[in-house]
Write a protein that binds this ligand. Sequence first.
Ligand code: NAP
Length: 348
Amino acid sequence: MDLAHGPRRVDLSAIPRKRLYTGATMPGIGLGTFGSDHVSAGEIARAAGEALDMGYRYLDCAACYGNEPEMGGAIAASMERGIPREELFILSKVWNDMHAPGDVAASCRRTLRDLRLDYLDCYLVHWPFPNYHAPHCGVDARNPESRPYIHEEFMSTWRAMESLVDAGLVRHIGTSNVTIPKLDLILRDARIRPAVNELELHPSFQQGELFQYLIDRGIVPIGYSPIGSPARPQRDRAPEDATDIEMPAIVDIARAHGIHPAALCVKWAAQRGQVPIPLSTKAANLLANLRAVCGDPLSAEEMDAIRGCERNGRLIKGQVFLWEGAGSWLDLWDADGTIPGWHGYAKG
Ligand SMILES: NC(=O)c1ccc[n+]([C@@H]2O[C@H](COP(=O)([O-])OP(=O)(O)OC[C@H]3O[C@@H](n4cnc5c(N)ncnc54)[C@H](OP(=O)(O)O)[C@@H]3O)[C@@H](O)[C@H]2O)c1
């Protein structure tokens, strides 16, 4: 796209918004900020600054992305340029090695310091396990400390998340990478319910059942890797993976709308009802994705054709979070409708 043609920013009133169960609203598109193993923290922060100038207001941050100090610089500079704090929706996530209740508050305070903010709009538990891996590790790496989902443990982490809301440090809390069996338990026992759930969503992986479960319960689905994460780390690649932006239906419909297949994935996501959080470090792509969620809706036939791209093609399988004795990565996702390992797991 030629940035010289048309305005370089999108009017905020044209960008769709989603209502959270608290009555607050959030932008219907966010900027992903995971530079993976190849985009530097400085480059992500530069892109975030450009994105904010274009009209993005939701930044999808996380402690484990290793760039929150740089993101804090970008946020502070944008506020100095006149963007009010109230317009921003800043989300971050507690990493898996900080699930102990005392660590959750420490992690949140560290993120607030790095992002140079006094509150977060939303704070997520990044994964429902206290399992973490060394940076740049291979797909077969296993941490001997890793364990299955243990609901009592998760709820003690969640209680610490609830305390952050009580203390005014975060406005909403949410989950990520959870399944329906886990959410059934979390919703049963939470004092403060998750306002959002972040999950992998793109045309070849639509997670229809979980998506509808969230909508039915007033939990906003945030769709990560909305373009099919074409630059994801090597450890998250498998020969059978689909490439969303090369699927014939995606290519054809994108051409009909005069946009790149990547922008079409973003457009479809917003129209379907999730909040896409595409990453880009290129100004033209940032702007194309933002414009894609504004106007020129897809027809019912086009939405049907994209529904037909479903391949149950999970890309971020999470193998590195498996515990010793687990089966395949499907165990992380409760593939048979039950949570494996939890009841039989002996601590210590
Ligand atoms: N909660 C979780 O566990 C979790 C897991 C994974 C990801 N996430 C979040 O989701 C975000 C997005 O996912 P992702 O980064 O994996 O992948 P993605 O957004 O699906 O894809 C990003 C890639 O698409 C390219 N791209 C973006 N817009 C484009 C356009 N209009 N035309 C052509 N190419 C375009 C980008 O390249 P250019 O830079 O060249 O434009 C980049 O390589 C992450 O950054 C992170 O915030 C969360």
